[in-house]
Design a protein around this ligand. Structure first.
Ligand code: 0PR
Length: 387
């Protein structure tokens, strides 16, 4: 740090330079991100509440009221009346809270090392959470890229504290058979957490496909908690994650006394935490309503179908699976995916490569429009043909 401060104009000139180094969502060239350009209405609300701290809610009672209304709205969206939960920093923190609750419940009646059963394709946040909580992860293999429900029970032991299932896997956007997993959890009296960090703001707004229903929420009676992130398909600015909990008593397991604050206790991991994310989410839920989100989601789903069909017509391309949501995975014959990724990057396109399966991954978020895809397909064909 300098001894004396600097001239504000020169600082902002530097800031402009830093900003130029960033990619922008508007360019339509970010094809591997689960975040998108924040909606301007949400952003306006975010800025309006930027100084608020939900860690001391007695000072910001309006913000605290908004948070409880957001949790109520998200609960109802997920078919749960009287939900409890919080707006948190993201999916990682939401999953962390759910796993902590499951561990505390387990320890009430057991003394062994707790185990959590989760699909092999669970998000890497669980690779952080399990060691932090000293919980043993037990990975269940996949069948057709989804958790293989037929073998889950083989992995249950006396030390199993919970099952985790996915509604929108990170790599392929696929949804596990939550209805069936919910029955398994109920039968074995196990805590069930659904990681719908990505799918939570998509599935409730999709047209229902009767031949392939995506039941994933609290309508499945065994589901105890759900991660649902506004900063993904909810269009809220980062950071905005959501944890929704069926049983109020479960959230209370996280309760810690905060004697000198304006409220007696906290049930979040983070102490000082912004009320801006809650304000943005509250605003967007009210502004769009179900019909607005349906429009946004269905535009992304239609573009996904269009892109899928375009890619299908390229003979060298092999698509991994039919998408459930707005993620497409593919390989190019005789071309390494990382090499293709680098070539596309040189041409200005940011595509990610998934590990399992090892393949190119496109996430069709709302900032991606048809004209970007047309341009991208043209570039992709050129790169493939140059080989
Ligand atoms: N659960 C699932 C299913 C996820 O996909 C993610 C993040 C998380 C939990 C964790 O959420 P937070 O990152 O909010 O803690 N999935 C994306 C991923 O890892 C996050 C992301 C978003 C990555 C934007 C890149 C990016 O540009 O791929």
């Amino acid at each position: 740090m300098l001894d004396d401060g600097r001239n504000v104009d020169s600082i902002f000139r530097d800031l402009e330079e830093f900003k130029k180094m960033n990619m922008t969502y508007e360019s339509g060239r970010i094809l591997g991100s689960m975040c998108t350009k924040p909606d301007p209405i949400g952003l306006k609300a975010y800025k309006m509440f930027i100084e608020t701290n939900l860690g001391d809610p007695g000072l910001f009672e309006g913000s605290a009221k908004m948070e409880s209304q957001v949790i109520d709205m998200l609960g109802k969206l997920l078919h749960l009346d009287d939900a409890s939960g919080h707006i948190v920093t993201g999916g990682t923190e939401a999953n962390f809270m759910a796993m902590t609750i499951a561990k505390y419940l387990f320890l009430e009646n057991n003394s062994g090392v707790p185990e959590v059963i989760l699909p092999c394709n669970a998000h890497f946040s669980f690779k952080k959470i399990c060691p932090m909580l000293s919980v043993k992860p037990v990975y269940v293999p996949l069948k057709d890229y989804r958790m293989d429900c037929s073998v889950i029970e083989e992995y249950i032991t006396d030390n199993t504290m919970a099952i985790v299932a996915l509604a929108g896997s990170t790599e392929l956007g696929l949804v596990d058979d939550i209805a069936r997993i919910s029955e398994i959890a109920q039968k074995n009296r196990l805590y069930l957490h659904v990681d719908a960090a990505f799918g939570g703001f998509i599935i409730p707004f999709m047209k229902n496909d009767k031949s392939h229903p995506l039941n994933f929420d609290f309508s499945c009676e065994g589901v105890d908690s759900i991660t649902i992130d506004p900063h993904k398909m909810g269009l809220a600015p980062v950071p905005a994650g959501g944890i929704i909990i069926r049983d109020k008593k479960h959230l209370e397991k996280l309760s810690v006394k905060t004697p000198y604050l304006t409220k007696e206790k906290q049930t979040t991991v983070v102490g000082t935490r912004t009320g801006a994310s809650t304000a943005a989410t509250w605003t967007l839920l009210n502004y769009y309503g179900k019909s607005g989100y349906k429009r946004i989601v269905n535009e992304s789903i239609s573009l996904t179908k269009y892109t899928y069909n375009q890619l299908k017509q390229i003979p060298q391309i092999k698509l991994t699976c039919k998408p459930d949501l707005n993620i497409i995975s593919f390989k190019v014959e005789n071309m390494d995916s990382k090499l293709l990724q680098r070539k596309l990057l040189k041409l200005g396109w940011r595509v990610s490569v998934s590990e399992n399966p090892y393949a190119m991954r496109l996430v069709l978020m709302p900032h991606v429009k048809k004209e970007h895809i047309t341009e991208f397909i043209k570039t992709l064909k050129k790169v493939i043909e140059e080989k």
